[in-house]
Design a protein around this ligand. Structure first.
Ligand SMILES: *Cc1c(COP(=O)(O)O)cnc(C)c1O
Length: 395
């Protein structure tokens, strides 16, 4: 049996998106900046993609900028708002402790350059409080950046309330919606954000392509200088096949969203109920306000890395913490932020399902995960100490 359960890291390219990719690469090989017929045909295709993506997000076509993905979009939004703020003497940036590294590392860099960065805590359920956002805002605040849905524990943040606060207080608001777009309804006008980042490979599109929504009138400065592509805000010949494939992937994901959501909620319920039966385990993140595909657990007395490798041997691809932190020995900043102590945070497992997963996959997961956890605990000196009372259980 083989179960791919790491959709938060990346998704398989949808068949229809792969088809559009190949067709676009063959039929629209012109450079959209060229004035001749072949170039103009590509330009028209690009415009059509921009209009469709805008439509799917409730935006205007002029508010969509194509980028290389989520990281670039997050970087550009934050750096643009920060430099705009700095010109007006506003150097405070507010975000949360559970953001993706594309946001956190950009903020770190700005902090070294003299910005004040405030990372708000989240509750044990992994959700930030809008009141905390409101209280942190002052006259020096240039930007609030709060992700729409967390990539590790799947929690969905109250971005509409935060958007309303930011608008009322006249502060720019960015949301990293990379985990949300294509999975739950996302409407930029409802959120009331100034910037929104998305990435194609998280919803069945190709890797290396994404978009940044920028509300008309919000400041935007280029990260890459060169030609006048993307209205002078992002130089470089557009990857039209990838953009067209992303457009198709987003269309299809949204068209299938109702059915996918129903399936994934059912699978998630079964998985959470089943894994909760493992002694000394805990669900990470809110039970209800979470992405339909995300199930994240901590198991006391084991190492997530060993768990992953043994699961991989059994044909299960999952994750421990985020892909960016696995490989390093530091426990996930997200798990620490929801109050998991180091030892417990190390024993984490993230299972993220997608629309091609089945109930049989979940049955298999519920067979192998408890087996592997019990096997690892059987070899663990920490577990022995817990059993003999030399150490106290935390969970
Ligand atoms: C994957 C991810 C990113 C980075 O997107 P890339 O397209 O891989 O650069 C940013 N934020 C979140 C929440 C993500 O899950």
């Amino acid at each position: 049996m083989f179960v791919y359960a790491d959709h938060a890291a990346t998704t398989k390219l949808r068949e229809s998106a792969a088809r559009v990719y190949a067709e676009t690469a063959a039929a629209y090989y012109g450079n959209p900046s060229s004035l001749h017929t072949v170039g103009q045909k590509a330009q028209e295709k690009l415009t059509e993609c921009r209009e469709r993506i805008a439509d799917l997000l409730g935006a205007d076509a002029r508010e969509i900028y194509f980028t290389s993905g989520g990281s670039e979009s997050d970087n550009q939004a934050i750096l643009s708002a920060a430099s705009f703020g700095a010109r007006k003497g506003k150097k405070k940036l507010i975000s949360t402790a559970i953001e993706h590294h594309a946001v956190l590392h950009t903020l770190n860099k700005l902090q070294k350059e003299g910005f004040e960065v405030v990372l708000l805590p989240v509750g044990e359920n992994g959700i930030v409080s809008p009141a905390d956002v409101e209280n942190a805002i002052d006259e020096n605040t240039a930007l609030v950046s709060v992700m729409l849905a967390n990539n590790e524990i799947g929690t969905i943040q109250p971005v509409e309330e935060i958007g309303e606060i930011c608008r009322r207080r006249g502060v720019l608001f960015h949301t990293d919606a990379v985990q949300a777009v294509g999975h739950i309804p996302v409407d930029v006008k409802k959120i009331g954000c100034d910037y929104l980042a998305l990435s194609a490979h998280k919803f069945g599109g190709p890797k290396g392509v994404g978009a940044l929504y920028v509300r008309r009138g919000a400041p935007l400065s280029p990260l890459i200088e060169g030609g006048a592509q993307e209205r002078g805000k992002r130089a470089g010949t557009e990857d039209l096949p990838a953009i067209a494939a992303m457009t198709e992937a987003l269309r299809a994901s949204i068209a299938d969203m109702g059915a996918t959501d129903a399936l994934l909620r059912k699978l998630q319920d079964k998985l959470i109920d089943g894994l909760s039966k493992i002694p000394h385990s805990i669900l990470n993140g809110d039970r209800v306000r979470r992405l339909p595909g995300n199930t994240s657990f901590c198991f006391e007395g084991i190492e997530g890395e060993s768990l992953l490798l043994l699961l991989d041997d059994k044909g299960v691809c999952a994750s421990s913490g985020s892909a960016c932190t696995s490989g390093s020995l530091d426990p996930s900043h997200v798990l620490l932020a929801i109050g998991r102590v180091h030892d417990v945070a190390h024993g984490s497992l993230r299972i993220t399902l997608g629309e091609e997963n089945t109930e049989a996959d979940v049955d298999y997961l519920l067979q192998v995960i408890p087996e592997v956890v019990a096997y690892l605990r059987g070899m663990s000196p920490v577990w022995r100490d817990l059993q003999t009372g030399k150490r106290q259980f935390i969970l």
